[in-house]
Design a protein around this ligand. Structure first.
Ligand code: ZN
Length: 80
């Protein structure tokens, strides 16, 4: 059996539509919440409060910024 390797010579969005997004972690907000960016189409996702992946909208970006601050504060308190 020979495997065909197809080079993504077409639009990245089309590539993602066929092969699925190739998400990479771009930011760690807390231990549970991370932000992801697709390497091909640059679509961004984040983990929401329920642990599901959702599109990273400006609203979620704000929430993550707050969570990150709260999380950082908690971490410094734990170190003491
Ligand atoms: Zn994609």
């Amino acid at each position: 059996m020979q495997k065909n390797t197809i080079k993504p010579a077409f639009l990245p969005k089309m590539y993602c539509g066929i092969f699925g997004h190739d998400y990479q972690v771009t930011r760690k907000v807390t231990h549970y919440i991370k932000e992801y960016t697709c390497a091909h189409c640059k679509k961004q996702l984040t983990t929401n409060g329920n642990g599901n992946l959702v599109e990273l909208t400006p609203k979620f970006r704000d929430i993550n910024a707050i969570l990150e601050r709260v999380h950082a504060k908690r971490m410094t308190r734990l170190k003491r």
